[in-house]
Design a protein around this ligand. Sequence first.
Ligand code: HEC
Length: 178
Amino acid sequence: MARKFVAIVFLLCLATIGWAVQPSHAHGPKHNPARHQYVMHHGLPESYSELRNLLPPTSANLTEGERLYRENCALCHGETGQGDGEGALGLDPAPPSLTGIFDPSAPAMMETSSDGQMMSGREMMGGADMDAYTFWAVSEGGAPTGSAMPAYKDILTAEERWRILLYVANGFSAKTSQ
Ligand code: HEC
């Protein structure tokens, strides 16, 4: 009887360990290999590659960026940019996390390239400028990647798109850093 009990406890422990060490891809940071690979092969379109965000991080720009983000992007990318909005359910490819996208050293941006190397998303894309890259993604949407991401070039003005990206680059905070 005691032996049977020990065996059951042992099995339960194994089951728990097995569950705990399961790969956690579903919960980890969400990457965007389709778009990164597109840029690796084709580069950024010329009309975007030189563009930079020239808006200063004033509280007016950031507050407006936050409002526009919540209105247009949070549905899929989530309120805090983790790729966990309600609209994300069932999308393939899924909306990636946007947190840390402007920080080349953020561990959340590390991914495995097709030859099995760990690289940052930016390295994967040959050092593409993140202002230009994100502005291109927002403007042209999923046309180059076959995703559900809408193209915002006819929905939002360029200034509105840059305000949103200013807010994203500021860590999803409307607080000014000064
Ligand atoms: C209908 C859902 C949806 C909405 C709404 C949406 N996106 Fe996306 N977004 C996606 C998906 C899916 C991807 C991944 C595939 C791709 O890049 O096309 C993506 C990719 C991106 C990327 C590229 C990120 C990377 O790591 O390569 C950026 C930047 C981005 N979205 C910003 C935005 C912004 C800013 C808005 C609002 C103006 C927005 N998205 C609205 C679904 C959405």
